[in-house]
Design a protein around this ligand. Sequence first.
Ligand SMILES: *[C@@H]1O[C@H](CO)[C@@H](O)[C@H](O)[C@H]1NC(C)=O
Ligand SMILES: *[C@@H]1O[C@H](CO)[C@@H](O)[C@H](O)[C@H]1NC(C)=O
Ligand SMILES: *[C@@H]1O[C@H](CO)[C@@H](O)[C@H](O)[C@H]1NC(C)=O
Length: 440
Amino acid sequence: MASNLRRVVVTGLGLVTPLGIGIEQTWSRLIAAECGLVSLKDIRLNNDSPAHPRLATFEGLPSQVAAVVKREGGRAAGAFDGAEWLERGDEKRMALFTQYAIAATKMAIEDAKYENATEAQKERTGVCLGSGIGSLDDMANTSVGYVENGYRKMSPMFVPKILINMAAGHLTMKLGYKGPNHAASTACTTGAHSIGDAMRFIQFGDADVMVAGGSEACIHPLAVAGFAKAKSLATRYNDSPQEASRPFDKDRDGFVIGEGAGVVVLEEYEHAKKRGARIYAEIKGYGVSGDAHHMTAPPSDGAGAAMAMRRALHNARLTAADIQYINAHATSTQQGDIAENRAIKSVFDGYHDKIAVSSTKGAIGHLLGAAGAVEAIFTVLAVKNNILPPTLNLHAYDEGGEFNLNYVPLRAQEKIVNAALTNSFGFGGTNASLCFAKVD
Ligand SMILES: *[C@@H]1O[C@H](CO)[C@@H](O)[C@H](O)[C@H]1NC(C)=O
Ligand SMILES: *[C@@H]1O[C@H](CO)[C@@H](O)[C@H](O)[C@H]1NC(C)=O
Ligand SMILES: *[C@@H]1O[C@H](CO)[C@@H](O)[C@H](O)[C@H]1NC(C)=O
């Protein structure tokens, strides 16, 4: 709002997703309309020696689909191999969500050409990186181990591995950053809050550069069982996993759980210009709101979501007329997609034919605490490349004609995108919207 706030730009991007490792792999497959969803029957659990056999299988669960980061073949094959990203001993010391965060951060810093920051720069550089769930694997395994074997066999790494802020903590240690060391944990809004809060740190002068994002490694029987019990997951497409996530499609029946990490390097505008950094986009606005309504369900008019978008626009000093693209939160649930669509239509009243809306969750599922960060990166790339990523599996709309916007069905579209929004909503009724724009 106040024009004396410092400007903040995006200068580096890093991704670990079910579509690949890094921006090139993920983005090229995303705009080629490829899908990263697989059957849970086909995946190997990370936990090689679970404390109980039930912790090693997804058998008997109503949802049998997930968006999983590949683990075989290393970066060249689009897979995450800890040995390529971590130092000796790290894999034992760090939960998987922390490992993903480290890989995504290394990519983002290299992309920003910021790996040789001076000591003075490092003092003014911080990290703001959270997770929605953290390490269920360690919690479940340790619980069973404790019940069976008691205190003596418990690992001293238990607490340091499960703390949500430990990804940020490890990063500051590895990188020597002495600015803000912060982690949001706001369910599926975590990634968006992390990036928005990091933007504020730079605007208010607490830091010049921030590494920000979200990470999630939640493909665990307890997570699938828990979200299934909450009736959140898709269950009708267990035999055709690639069709299971279908935002805005009339046959949607729940979200598909996913994992990965997204990290951006945010930088004060003059700082970026001075060191000749490539600028992807400016982060211009951040709006947050609470529904004050229900634990897991949005109000059907999407009031909370609309308020977050209005606040992001106000904060960016833009209006509905300035926006060409919205990366929706739309997770492929019946209610959620309707509420968000209503919210978008009310905020963009009068501009329905000017905007395009897509949900990339058809391709990568719902990455929970990482979703907001990964989708912010897709939004930045839409602004940079003037390409709208598609909504997969979108063949038909609900009766009644409510879904009457351009949802970029099935195929990517070319469109000049000067400014865009990306939405994230989480259990607990927490909503955030970020606004990115071309730098003028
Ligand atoms: C899980 O617990 C078992 C038994 O306590 C232990 O042998 C195993 O290493 C643990 N696995 C992980 C991934 O922590
Ligand atoms: C950082 O320093 C290393 C070692 O001197 C050098 O190889 C690399 O090119 C530098 N990176 C950048 C972005 O300047
Ligand atoms: C805001 O957060 C709620 C809380 O669960 C989320 O479900 C909802 O989609 C968001 N609100 C809307 C769309 O109005």
